[in-house]
Design a binder for this molecule. Structure first.
Ligand code: NDP
Ligand code: 2IT
Length: 445
C-alpha cells in the first residue's frame, strides 16, 4: 500500500477498534488508490480519505418488542449515514444475529463506491439490527419492524436517507416498515423505502435485480475472453434473494447450476437446480434447503461443510461476507475455475482475492457485480418521483444497460491506470474519483 495512504489507514483502524470487517473493507479500497493520489494531489490536501472513512452520521438505538409468549425482547438497531456527496444516503437494512457496528460500517463504506459506480444520484448508507428472524412468526416480525421504524422514521426520508432490504429483510419486512412509517408521519412517501410491493409503489425487476445483475456483469467479463455462461458449470452459495435470482438468470443463459447452500449445508443437483422448487421451499414456505433433497431424487445434501468443495467453472458467492477463503479459492482454481462474480458483499477474503487475481482468472468484486440491486432501487425512486410504473421489459433493459455500463467503467479505468483486467482496481478507483470530486466541489462539510 502507498505509504501516505497507509498512514491514513492506520489512523482509521486505531479510531475504530474491533471493527474487523470495516478495517478489511477500508484496507481493500486503499490498496487500489495510490496511483489516484499521484494524479490528484488535491484529494490528499482536501483530506478526502479521512473524511470518507468517518460516517456523516451514525445512529444506534434500542428496539424493544414483545414475542408471541408476551416476553419483552430487546435488540440493537443501527443506521450509518456514510456519505451524501452524490445523493441521499441509500443502502439496505440487514437483520441477522451477527450484526454489529463493524458490519454495518463495512457495508455502508462499500455502498458509497457501489452507488457511485451505478451512475445514479445516490449516496451511501446501511443499517440493520442484531435481530434473528429465524423461527419468528409473522406477527413477531411485524412487531419488530414496527418498533424498529418507530425510531428510524425520524432519520429517513426520500431526500435524506432511503433504506431497502439486505439479509433477513425482503418484501414482507419492507411492507411492515413502510406501513409504520406512513402511520407515524401521516405521509404516503413512496420514495422513503425501496423494495416495496409491486401494487403499492415497488418496481418490477427489483426482486430479481441483484442476482440478475451479478450474472449480467459476469457475462460481460466472460465476453472479454470470448466466453459466455453457455455450458458453464456454476456453483452459487446462499439460497436467498440474490442467490435464487442469480441461479435463474445463469440458467437462462445456458449454464448448468449444480449447487447452492444455506447456513446449515449445501445441495448438489448434477441435473441442474430446479428454481421453481427452490422458490417454493425458500420463498413460499420459508423452509430449509435440506427439504429440497427430500423432494427431488438424485440430490446430495451435505450438512455443514463448504459448498466450495464442489468444482465449478464459474463461482457466484451470494451468501455473506468472508464465506470464501484462500484455501477454497486455491482448490477451485486448480480444478478449472475461470470466473468469479460476487453477488454478496465482500464474500471473498483478502487471501482468496489474491489467489484469484494471481491466477489471472476473471474476478468481479461485489461493489461492481452486485450493484444491480441498488441501481434498480434508484429506478424505483425514479418511478416514485414521477408517479409512474414501468414494464418488466423496460426496467430489465435499464438494469442491463446499467450493468454493462458499470463493467465498461471498471474496464476502462483499469486500463487507464495500467492494470488491464483488474476489476477490483477499476471499481475502487472509478467509484472513489466520482465521490471525491463531488466532495471537494461541495466544500468542507
Ligand atoms: P437473504 O436473507 O435473502 O439470503 C441470505 C442467504 O445467505 C441465505 O441463504 C442464508 O442462509 C445465507 N447466509 C446468511 N448469513 C449467513 C452466514 N453467516 N453463514 C452462512 N450463510 C449465510 O439475503 P440476500 O440474498 O438479500 O443477501 C445475500 C448477500 O447479497 C448479502 O451479502 C447481501 O449484503 C448481498 N446483497 C444483497 C442485495 C439485495 O438486493 N438483497 C444487493 C446487493 C448485495 P440462512 O437462511 O441459513 O441464514
Ligand atoms: O448491498 C446492497 O446494495 C443492498 N442490499 C441493496 C441496497 C438498496 O438500497 O437497494
Amino acid at each position: 500500500m502507498d505509504a501516505r495512504l497507509e498512514a491514513i489507514r492506520n489512523t482509521v483502524l486505531a479510531r475504530n477498534p474491533g471493527e474487523d470487517e470495516f478495517h478489511q473493507a477500508v484496507t481493500e479500497v486503499f490498496e487500489s488508490l495510490g496511483p489516484v493520489h499521484d494524479r490528484h494531489p488535491e484529494f490528499l490536501e482536501g483530506a478526502v480519505l479521512e473524511r470518507l472513512c468517518e460516517p456523516e452520521r451514525q445512529i444506534i438505538f434500542r428496539v424493544p418488542w414483545t414475542d408471541d409468549a408476551g416476553r419483552v425482547q430487546i435488540n440493537r438497531g443501527f443506521r450509518v449515514e456514510f456519505n451524501s456527496a452524490l445523493g441521499p444516503y441509500k443502502g439496505g437494512l440487514r437483520f441477522h444475529p451477527s450484526v454489529y457496528l463493524g458490519i454495518v460500517k463495512f457495508l455502508g463504506f462499500e455502498q458509497i463506491f457501489k452507488n457511485a459506480l451505478t451512475g445514479m444520484p445516490i449516496g451511501g448508507g446501511k443499517g440493520g439490527a442484531d435481530f434473528d428472524p429465524r423461527g419468528r412468526s409473522d406477527a413477531e416480525i411485524m412487531r419488530f419492524c414496527q418498533s424498529f421504524m418507530t425510531e428510524l422514521y425520524r432519520h429517513i426520508g426520500e431526500y435524506t436517507d432511503v433504506p431497502a432490504g439486505d439479509i433477513g429483510v425482503g418484501g414482507r419486512e419492507i411492507g411492515y416498515l413502510f406501513g409504520q412509517y406512513k402511520r407515524i408521519t401521516n405521509r404516503y412517501e413512496s420514495g422513503v423505502l425501496t423494495g416495496k410491493g409491486i401494487s403499492w409503489g415497488g418496481s418490477l425487476v427489483r426482486p430479481e435485480a441483484t442476482g440478475y445483475g451479478t450474472v449480467i456483469f459476469t457475462e460481460e467479463m466472460l465476453k472479454t475472453r470470448g466466453q459466455s455462461f453457455d455450458g458453464q458449470r456454476v456453483v452459487v452459495s446462499g439460497s436467498g434473494n440474490v442467490a435464487i435470482n442469480a441461479i435463474a438468470k445463469a440458467q437462462s443463459l445456458g449454464a448448468v447450476v449444480v449447487a447452492c447452500s444455506d447456513s446449515s449445508g449445501y445441495i448438489v443437483d448434477e441435473a441442474g437446480l430446479n428454481v421453481a422448487l427452490l422458490r417454493q421451499i425458500k420463498e413460499v414456505e420459508r423452509g430449509r434447503l435440506k427439504d429440497y433433497a427430500v423432494r427431488r431424487s438424485a440430490v446430495a445434501y451435505v450438512e455443514g461443510g463448504s459448498i466450495w468443495d464442489v468444482d465449478a467453472t464459474v463461482a457466484l458467492p451470494c451468501a455473506t461476507q468472508n464465506e470464501l477463503g484462500g484455501e477454497a479459492a486455491a482448490r477451485l482454481v486448480r480444478n478449472g475455475l475461470v470466473a468469479v462474480g460476487e453477488g454478496a458483499n465482500m464474500p471473498s477474503t483478502r487471501h482468496a482475492i489474491a489467489v484469484f487475481q494471481d491466477s489471472g482468472l476473471l474476478f468481479g468484486p461485489g461493489k461492481a457485480a452486485n450493484a444491480g440491486g441498488v441501481a434498480t432501487s434508484a429506478l424505483e425512486m425514479q418511478q416514485n418521483a414521477t408517479r409512474d410504473s414501468w414494464s418488466f421489459e423496460y426496467t430489465e433493459q435499464r438494469l442491463t444497460e446499467i450493468m454493462v455500463g458499470i463493467h465498461r467503467r471498471c474496464e476502462t479505468t483499469a486500463d487507464e491506470y495500467g492494470a488491464p483486467g483488474n476489476y477490483v482496481l477499476g471499481a475502487n478507483v472509478a467509484g472513489f474519483v466520482k465521490v471525491a470530486d463531488a466532495m471537494l466541489a461541495q466544500g468542507l462539510i
